[in-house]
Design a protein. Structure first.
Length: 78
């Protein structure tokens, strides 16, 4: 069995490269989900602030409906 020249041998990385790309894709998916959840939380905070400041009645019903929808999304997606 011949040994390769020093400094020329490189291990096969096909399996690891696939694994690395899978891990990268998973990290990107998690990152996108975290950003989406953060946006939901920020919108929920803005709605709660607006409800606390006061509102005309039709707007209050819309805000509460939006708040319910956001809470549902946060519960199911985050």
């Amino acid at each position: 069995m011949e040994l390769p020249e020093p400094g020329t041998w490189k291990p096969e990385r096909d399996h690891q490269e696939d694994s690395d790309s899978d891990h990268q894709a998973a990290r990107e998916k998690v990152s996108a989900q975290e950003r989406r959840c953060q946006q939901y939380e920020e919108r929920l905070d803005r709605i709660n602030e607006e409800l606390g400041r006061g509102y005309q009645e039709p707007r209050g019903n819309q805000l509460r409906a939006e708040r319910r929808a956001l809470r549902s999304k946060i519960f199911s997606e985050c």
